[in-house]
Write a protein that binds this ligand. Structure first.
Ligand code: ARG
Length: 461
């Protein structure tokens, strides 16, 4: 039986209607949240005098039992259960009889589903943030262990200047720190209870939305009942945050795939975190990295798809809003999976430091240092840039080592030659936030502090 049969004479809903509109296959994920919200509502009904103390306790006992059934897997969904709210209420009535039939007083599935989704989203964003912190820990550990190892830093995917490996790894970790910020911020903004908004306008009964908000540990209740049931900004925002995490993981994935290639050879994947080919016996593939990259497309799709769902909706609730669930659930699942897999991959991969350093120890990566050396003698940078540029050009054209030309140049000579020694250029970025050993050591301390602060921030909920 649907919850709305009364209005429809004797005629049963068409099977095609139910097949198209039911949400139970995916909203059953909200089951425990639905029970939690229902418990708070039952307490509210008792305070409002709609349920006697005894009735309230019968209903809450039924809800407790339902929660147990859900957890141990014995809850029996029925073919007629349109959605999770119907299923839970049906079972409450089976267990609590007339008292159970009073539970939906002053409540609509509209405020109910919004409540369930916010409870879910609060928890899900917290879980995702915890996994982001996990990946940041891996990056921090690897950065610490990398010491003063260096590799070429790239712009335009062309070797530019040497940077410490730690610096490169922390660059990804800082991007993830902004993701943590966003998740915490989104969680704060969505921390508003819609329960008590009813279908759209509130209630004639003396319900107390503040009290149920407090019981459900929301920071506040809704200010406007229409907005409470119509608002899915929090879903769109969560989808954006997840899509951007997806983009960050995709960029890491892209680099892992590049670095693991024979052409780069900067990274060797641990066997347990790599895949093989069904045909080519020699292959060892970075599938985790590629899927992390691939999932970003799907995550961006969830965001744009759901924004399109929202854009034309008049106030207040419309059934279109049911389309909030699958994208959000999927985005959460995919991002969690990617975070765990990439964390494992990065924790176990082996960096080929010799190969990285050799790639960075080509003389022309010190070109800026040569120019800055000329600047230190009072030469305008433009002129210095032009002299060194011409030397690099000459070296490449005539196939002579840059070092030879530097040594022979009247403005450079033996002193400048020292700048071309392997490993020297990597040490020369000394400015705050720069890529050399001094600033990177400081950055490591800052990042560790930030990580610890974020961990505290997250556990404060
Ligand atoms: N499954 C619905 C949803 O997710 C529940 C709310 C239904 N409300 C309604 N008025 N039909 O949005």
């Amino acid at each position: 039986m649907t919850l709305w049969q009364g209005r429809f004479g004797g005629e049963k809903p068409a099977p095609e209607l139910l097949a198209f509109t039911v949400s139970l296959p995916f909203d059953r994920r909200l089951a425990i949240d639905d029970v939690t919200g229902s418990r708070a509502h039952a307490h509210g009904l008792e305070k409002a005098g709609v349920l006697t103390g005894e009735e309230a306790s019968i209903v809450v006992t039924a809800l407790d039992r339902i929660e147990e059934e859900l957890i141990d897997g014995t809850f029996a969904f029925q073919p007629d259960d349109e959605d999770i709210h119907t299923a839970v209420e049906r079972r409450v009535i089976e267990l609590a009889g007339t008292a159970g039939a009073k539970l939906h007083t002053g409540r609509s599935r509209n405020d109910q589903v919004a409540t369930d989704m916010r409870l879910y989203a609060k928890r899900a964003l917290t879980d995702v943030a915890a996994l982001v912190l996990g990946l940041q820990h891996v990056l921090l550990d690897r950065a610490r262990a990398a010491g003063e190892a260096y590799l070429p830093g790239y712009t335009h995917l062309q070797r530019a200047q040497p940077v410490l490996l730690a610096h490169h790894l922390l660059a990804h970790a800082w991007a993830l720190a902004r993701d943590i910020d966003r998740l915490v911020d989104a969680r704060r903004r969505l921390d508003v209870s819609p329960l008590g908004a009813g279908a759209l306008a509130g209630s004639s009964l003396p319900l107390d939305p503040d009290a149920v908000a407090a019981e459900l540990r929301f920071a506040a209740r809704f200010e406007n009942s229409l907005d409470a049931v119509a608002d899915r900004d929090f879903v769109a925002e969560a989808l954006f945050d997840l899509a951007l995490i997806g983009v960050h993981l995709s960029r890491i994935g892209e680099e892992v795939a590049l670095w693991a290639s024979e052409e780069f050879g900067f990274l060797h994947l641990a066997d347990a975190w790599a895949t093989g080919s069904s045909m080519l016996p020699q292959k060892k593939n970075p599938d985790i990295a590629e899927l992390a990259r691939g999932k970003a497309g799907r995550l961006i799709g969830h965001l744009t798809g759901f924004l399109a769902t929202l854009k034309g909706l008049p106030l207040s609730y419309n059934r279109d809003l049911q389309e909030d669930k699958e994208p959000l659930f999927d985005a959460v699942d995919q991002v969690k999976g990617a975070l765990l897999a990439l964390s494992g991959l990065l924790a176990t991969a082996q960096f080929d430091i010799a190969r990285m350093q050799a790639a960075a120890d080509v003389a022309h990566l010190a070109a800026t240092d040569l120019a800055e050396h000329l600047v230190s003698t009072g030469m305008p940078f433009r002129e210095a840039h032009s002299i060194v540029g011409a030397l690099v050009h000459d070296a490449l054209e005539r196939h002579v080592p840059l070092a030879e030309l530097v040594e022979a140049h009247p403005a450079l000579g033996a002193e400048a030659l020292a700048l071309l020694e392997p490993g020297v250029a990597a040490t020369r970025r000394t400015t705050p936030g720069g890529a050399g050993p001094g600033p990177v050591a400081e950055q490591l301390r800052h990042f560790a502090d930030r990580l610890a602060a974020d961990e505290r921030r997250l556990s404060r909920g």
